[in-house]
Design a protein around this ligand. Structure first.
Ligand code: PGA
Length: 256
């Protein structure tokens, strides 16, 4: 059965490209994707902060502009941090939160991710909350518990919006990020169904029906269609391949 959620494909450029290179990449992607779309698919790019000004102009009216992180604080003496309000004022529509590289290299926790989700939603932005298990956790069979804890800690408390334009979840098994190892379509859909079931039990049927769950981890132009075919897979979060014009366009178009 087709679900009613609009497919969403997001690129994550990580710390790649200089601003002008990024602008050229986006400029070439936009018309290819625009010409190929034959049903509603949302797409967007999470870019380095230095690129947001240029990219806001390139993507306006075509795609969503995003950051790769945001501060959990509203404002103040937090050297190096960028607030959700600043991102919004720079033209960002969304930000990634709790990406495994932030968890791994910057010690970010799910509780902190939860605060960031709130800051983004207060600005009317969409939070893309990333969850996923490590290789050891997958091999020990513990992954369901790990994911449930990440969901509980990141999405706890009153007042969180579970609207499709306010919250997106991304399942990114850590062992599949940048490794060339991809979860099989069955593995991906199994976890997506588990996440949707968590939403149903903990946040009710409306949230379970609305929230989009993206798959991320070595998605490329050859495996995207199979991964996206899962009934609980609503799109993709794409790292490496989002820096390649044709590959990324093909991935977006495979969500049609
Ligand atoms: P990858 O990265 O597609 O290069 O594996 C995905 C991500 O980190 O979001």
């Amino acid at each position: 059965m087709m679900n009613k959620r609009t497919p969403l494909v997001l690129g994550n450029w990580k710390m790649n490209t200089l601003p002008e290179e990024g602008r050229l990449l986006a400029r070439q992607m936009v018309p290819i994707i625009k010409d190929g779309l034959h049903r509603r698919v949302e797409w967007g790019l999470a870019v380095p902060l230095t690129h947001t000004g240029l990219l806001a102009t390139e993507l306006r009216g075509h795609a969503l502009l995003g950051a790769q992180d945001c501060s959990m604080h509203e404002r103040g003496a937090y050297t190096g941090e960028v607030s959700a309000a600043m991102l919004s004022a720079s033209g960002c529509d969304f930000a990634l939160v709790g990406h495994s590289e932030r968890r791994q290299y910057h010690g970010e926790t799910s509780i902190q991710a939860g605060l960031k989700i709130r800051r983004l939603q207060e600005q009317g932005m969409m939070a893309v909350y990333c969850v996923g298990e490590s290789l050891e956790q997958r091999q020990s069979g513990d992954y369901a518990t790990v994911l449930q804890t990440q969901l509980h800690e990141g999405l706890q408390g009153e007042g969180l919006s579970l609207d499709s334009s306010a919250l997106v979840l991304a399942y990114e098994p850590v062992w599949a990020i940048g490794t060339g190892l991809t979860a099989s379509p069955e593995q991906a859909n199994e976890v997506h169904a588990l996440i949707r079931d968590w939403l149903l039990r903990n946040r009710g049927p409306e949230a379970a029906a609305a929230v989009r769950i993206l798959y991320g981890g070595s998605v490329n132009a050859s495996n995207a269609a199979d991964l996206l075919a899962g009934p609980d897979v609503d799109g993709a979060l794409v790292g490496g391949a989002s820096l390649q014009i044709r590959a990324f366009a093909d991935i977006v178009l495979s969500a049609c």
